[in-house]
Design a binder for this molecule. Structure first.
Ligand code: FER
Length: 557
């Protein structure tokens, strides 16, 4: 778990006494922290509130900034910084010429982020050119924010290095690419304490975040434990005093003992079983996922990129080829989930990783951002020999899976039918248009091999009407014997897609069958249909469905 340490480098922040315990264990990252400065600023040089727009701030790197009403520390707006493809991307402001090198100033900025990991380390940084004209980067103030809570980054006495020119201040993160909000950025003469009503620094046990641990925290921690809900993410995080990842009675007992003066030190850190905000917590499904395109920078190669290889194999339909994507850092000693993705009619296996669709770059970005776990993606073809979209499942079983999974490291211990079946919850199949037709056929015929299905803009060519198509799939499921939490169908298309009138009635019919529970929360159900408003029958749209849906796969085992 990341450490929550007050890294405020401010020299003159007031050091009010706190009632938080002085930890006995050296490893405690929740050191009693400084309170936010309280006195008012005078001698203000600038003060950006973003109430009237971006106010001379700009995006740094790939990032964009805009005035936003989604969050505000004060007033009704802040500066939203999004599209960060590197940690140094952020929100920037060129310092006006009145700022002098070699002179000290007081700087303050307030930040908040609301998606991603539990905590994130932010920096307020100065970029400047030195006497040799070389760019330098110096941290003015740093701090670890808790998700959903405003944090002040402040330094009352920061000296701009002598000889500096072309000064720009900017807010960045240490390593994440989270979007964030910025509000009330001010500078004043050195020594000025610029006040902030951001949350005080984080203290374990301070459930209500008022800077002390007292009976009110005990009462809120108890209520949270009993009801399983907390007013903020921070209050849940602060209630987990022993940092086990879950708030339990042991945490509440500790707060009780601390408040009644029976203990004065934090408890031993418990072994994290399911750390809040960490990898092995349940996947955060949206139960009604709606279409959202990937950002434009997903079409560029990020700092870490996977590889694509064209492979040739002999199949029951003759000698054929397919492409295999392996993620950045692919390691044969690890096991990877695998996704087979089929092209549409008149297309071939080369299309998806070509410059026409850019699926490789999109996968690279989703993986690089941590939105998608590293996985293998295969683009085969239903062209060749006697192969069709409807019978490709035969080649899939007999040729494609054995070839690919004996060569690449998946969850299949071997390519025996038993081992392929044992690893089926780590295997997905999807396709577009006729590839969607092939997806329903693989679902119909290969449930023993595949746990997750992604039919895109294509219906099941297994019966004449919607009820018949739905029932045909349901019959195959019954014959397979799998329970409802062992197969998942996540379909998608556009509302103006020519396939919509074919797919929609089939999905509506499936909803009424006992084999399916309709939701995109795959911990609760197994069928969903995402309809993108206004979009048509085109990979230029469908590729975004793939990138949006794939992260939902492979969590249910
Ligand atoms: C559909 C399934 C497949 C569909 C079209 C196709 C119009 C494929 C068409 C083609 O490749 O020409 O539901 O709806």
């Amino acid at each position: 778990m990341k450490r929550i340490i007050s890294l405020l480098s401010a020299a003159a922040v007031c050091t009010a006494a706190l009632t938080a315990p002085s930890s006995s264990y050296a490893d405690n990252p929740y050191a009693p922290a400084l309170l936010s400065p309280v006195s008012a600023a005078d001698s203000t040089i600038f003060n950006f509130t973003f109430e009237s727009g971006t106010e001379d701030w700009e995006g740094r790197g790939a990032a964009a900034v805009e005035s936003s009403s989604s969050a505000a520390l004060n007033g009704s707006k802040s500066l939203a910084c999004t599209g960060r493809s590197e940690s140094w991307n952020g929100a920037a402001y060129p310092l006006p010429a009145s700022f002098s090198a070699g002179t000290a100033y007081s700087f303050s900025a307030n930040i908040m982020y609301d998606k991603g990991k539990s905590t994130d380390l932010f920096h307020l940084t100065l970029q400047y050119n030195d006497a040799n004209g070389e760019a330098n980067y110096d941290k003015i103030a740093s701090g670890t924010a808790v998700k959903g809570d405003w944090l002040q980054l402040a330094n009352t006495n920061y000296t701009i290095p002598s000889g500096a020119t072309d000064m720009i201040i900017y807010v960045e993160t240490d390593s994440s690419r989270n979007s964030f909000y910025l509000d009330d950025v001010a500078a004043a003469s050195a020594g000025t304490v610029i006040s902030s009503n951001a949350s005080g620094n984080f203290i374990l046990g301070d459930v209500n975040g008022n800077g002390t641990i007292d009976a009110a925290d005990l009462s809120e921690a108890k209520r949270g434990l009993l009801k399983g809900e907390y007013s903020t993410f921070r209050s849940e995080f602060a209630s987990d005093v022993n940092q086990s990842g879950t708030v339990t009675i042991a945490d509440v007992v500790w707060i009780y003992k601390f408040v009644t003066l029976a203990v004065s030190d934090y408890p031993e850190k418990a072994e994290p079983e399911n750390p809040i905000g960490e990898e092995d917590e349940p996947f955060d499904y949206n139960p009604a996922l709606s279409y959202q395109a990937s950002p434009d920078y997903y079409f560029n190669t990020p700092a870490q990129a996977g590889k694509i290889v064209k492979e040739s194999y002999s199949s029951i339909n003759g000698q054929k080829s397919l492409w295999v994507y392996t993620p950045y850092g692919y390691d044969e000693s690890q096991k990877y989930n695998i996704f087979y993705l089929m092209h549409g009619g008149g297309e071939n296996e080369n299309l998806l990783f070509s410059d026409e669709v850019h699926l490789k770059e999109m996968l690279d970005n989703a993986i690089y951002e941590g939105k998608l776990d590293p996985l293998i993606v295969v683009t085969p073809t239903f062209n060749g020999g006697n192969c069709t979209a409807q019978n490709f499942y035969e080649e899939f079983r007999a040729s494609v899976v054995p070839f690919v999974e004996s060569k690449y490291s998946t969850y299949a211990e071997s390519t025996s039918p038993e081992d392929i079946e044992a690893s089926r919850m780590h295997r997905a199949y999807g396709g577009f248009s006729m590839g969607g037709v092939s997806t329903w056929a693989v679902c119909r015929n290969c449930l023993d091999m595949v746990g997750y299905f992604m039919p895109l803009s294509g219906d099941h060519w297994g019966a004449n009407d919607a009820n018949g198509k739905a029932q045909d799939i349901a019959n195959a499921i019954d014959a397979s014997g799998y329970e409802r939490d062992k197969y998942f169908i996540f379909a998608a298309t556009g509302s103006d897609d020519i396939a919509y009138p074919n797919v929609n009635p089939q999905i509506q019919a499936m909803k009424n069958l006992p084999q399916f529970t309709y939701t995109s929360d795959l911990s609760q159900g197994n069928l969903y249909f995402m309809v993108a408003p206004g979009l048509t029958h085109w990979w230029g749209y469908v590729r975004h469905y793939v990138i949006q849906i794939l992260p939902y796969f492979f969590h249910e085992k």
